[in-house]
Ligand binder design. Structure first.
Ligand code: PLP
Length: 270
């Protein structure tokens, strides 16, 4: 496996980043995960826009998108695979011990691994921890994902593949690595960005292609929604067949099935 580190391709075993990298020591970094089908990245430019927004939000230097585009192309060419996940990591770079960033410049890593198509339906849980819709990091895709790791582990313990968060005022927000949609009386809704959720690329395409409403929803809407689905880069649209203890028989229901179909058709044309 070849990956890109700071300007060039390296064998994965020999690729080095400093142990004093600010991304490692304090989580001062941002990232993107991008699906690659037959070596073609899906929605690369929206992902690069979000990487730039996330980097600006952390006060990192402006990412060199030309380098990152070249890095993605080089990594995809060096590691052919039918379905891959490209991972771009961009951090504050090497710093002396302490909290200040050094001046050696940011770290850029682009790696690729194989991935599998996700099952059409899955189980989710809600967790008692909250997303802070008013944090300095709200909406930024930073490498500080430890809370998501903990929540996802809780989901795994309960036989689920995703954990959903409410925000500090008890509104539905998002999953550890996905956005959430619900169907109420035949209408499709997803929480607005003001809920504190990430501006998912798959979420935006799904809203555009299905006309879903962006609606402020209480977390307990999950107890009565007729259908629930998740969106993310590696899931596309994935139906939910169980939320906590509640079964949603027949998932994917009609609205979800239509969203899955529309997404697959439109995405194939991009
Ligand atoms: N929410 C969070 C916290 C995420 O980490 C992700 C993706 O990793 C998403 C939502 C879904 O975003 P996207 O559709 O761009 O993959």
């Amino acid at each position: 496996m070849k990956l890109w580190v700071n300007g060039g391709l390296h064998d994965a075993e020999g690729a080095l980043v400093s142990v004093l990298d600010h991304g490692l020591t304090v989580g001062d970094g941002v990232f993107e995960t991008i699906k690659a089908v037959e070596g073609r990245p899906f929605a690369l430019e929206p992902h690069l826009d979000r990487l730039t927004r996330s980097a600006r939000g952390l006060g990192l230097p402006e990412p060199d998108l030309d380098e990152i585009r070249r890095a993605c192309a080089a990594v995809l060419e060096a590691n052919p695979m039918p379905l891959g996940r490209l991972r771009i990591t961009y951090t504050g770079g090497v710093s002396p011990l302490g909290s200040d960033r050094g001046d050696a410049g940011p770290t850029v890593v682009v790696a690729l691994g194989p991935t599998k198509r996700r099952p059409d339906t899955t189980a989710v849980i809600t967790v008692p921890w909250v997303r802070n819709e008013r944090s300095a990091l709200t909406g930024l895709k930073t490498t500080s994902y430890a809370e998501n790791v903990v929540a996802l582990a809780r989901a795994g313990e309960q036989g689920a593949s995703e954990a959903l968060f409410g925000n500090t005022v008890g509104r539905l927000c998002e999953g550890t690595g996905s956005n959430v949609f619900v169907v109420l009386d035949g209408q499709l809704h997803t929480p607005p960005l003001a809920s504190g959720c990430l501006a998912g690329i798959t979420r935006a395409l799904t809203v555009e292609w299905t006309g879903a409403h962006e609606t402020d929803l209480p977390l307990d809407v999950l107890e009565r929604a007729d259908e629930v689905f998740l969106t993310s880069t590696l899931r596309d649209v994935q139906a939910v067949h169980r939320v906590d203890g509640r079964e949603l028989p027949g998932a994917p229901g009609p609205v979800t099935a239509k969203a899955m179909r529309i997404f697959a058709e439109r995405a194939a044309q991009m």
